[in-house]
Write a protein that binds this ligand. Sequence first.
Ligand code: AMP
Length: 398
Amino acid sequence: MKILVINAGSSSLKYQLIDMETEQLMAKGLCERIGIDGHLKHSPLVGGKPVFDEDISLPTHSEAIAAVIDKLTSPEYGVVASMKEIDAVGHRVVHGGEKFACSVLINDEVMAALEECTPFAPLHNPANITGINACKAVMGDVPMVAVFDTAFHQTMPGKAFMYAIPYDYYKNDGVRRYGFHGTSHRYVSSRCAELMGKPIEELKIISCHMGNGSSIAAINGGKCVDTSMGFTPLVGLPMGTRCGDLDNGVVQFLMNKYGYSIDEMLNILNKKSGVLGISGVSSDFRDLDKAAAEGNERAALALDMFHYWVAKVAGSYVAAMNGVDAIVFTAGVGENSKETRAAICEYFGYLGVKVDEAANSKRGEDVMISTPDSPVKVFVIPTNEELVIARDTRDIVG
Ligand code: AMP
């Protein structure tokens, strides 16, 4: 069974074709600047075919999907003989609200429910829906599955997902903590249990997804019991450009003082804050590491804040779960920055965590970076959201 995994954004579309017999990645690529002009980078990963990397006209997502299928099946760049070899499509969908606690086969009813979830993710869900419709238009009735970023967090109890605002805003309007990066937290926590050789039902795991966007999840017995992102991905840790937790009074104060509209204010909190806002240097942790090493105090402060917040939120989850067996680092920063991991682990002395420096220097593989005598194990596990989407699609369609 071959599954196409699609992650559609408003002007971009990432894809992977995975052979589920071996879970081997056959091809991957990215359509960019959809609706503007268009660019496709397609990388075949089997058969020794060349990479295609050119500007092409992509007026809508339908042309983008058509271009992807064309490249996947072309004699020069292709990895399959025809579209018929693609058995199913798995779509990443950002928000499934309270309706979707697991992945689902897409039908008309599901499409209507996705539309209902759109107010919760007004930037992301419409793009995901456009991607699904484009696939339908180009690929006909090939079965398609929706896999939600929010679904894994639906096991959170009320005490973790409720906001202390009038209850009617939850009951009537669905205002609550939903959490994001669920597919990543699910993948790394289950992989962590495999690496520990224990059933996930017996483990308390704290999963730290640290990329451009960052979130932490508390996973008790395989079920998410709390997570740091909320109604939107804006809260929790300070991120690349997002502010993380912030007193709402600051919003009113700044809007009054500078006459910002709510859109201008949210643009500042989403795009100009986080480690970029603190450092004034960059949202990229590589740039911050370099600047801090050169003596830039604001870059050093931004990094210090990030480490502190990860440790603080993770510590609150140790309390919430009454213990922890393993802590996992994943995503761009978590997988690549040994300095960040080491700095965060400094805070975990109270848990008896000791970092094995040689293990912490490894890259690109699943690795335990705590010493064997650490009572709490620490892992780096490269995330693989596409594989989770492909597995769910196989399980539902198969
Ligand atoms: P992601 O959102 O998971 O793709 O992560 C992207 C982020 O990972 C980038 O913005 C960088 O800040 C960070 N990153 C990637 N490579 C490294 C590295 N070698 N050291 C530190 N940070 C890195």
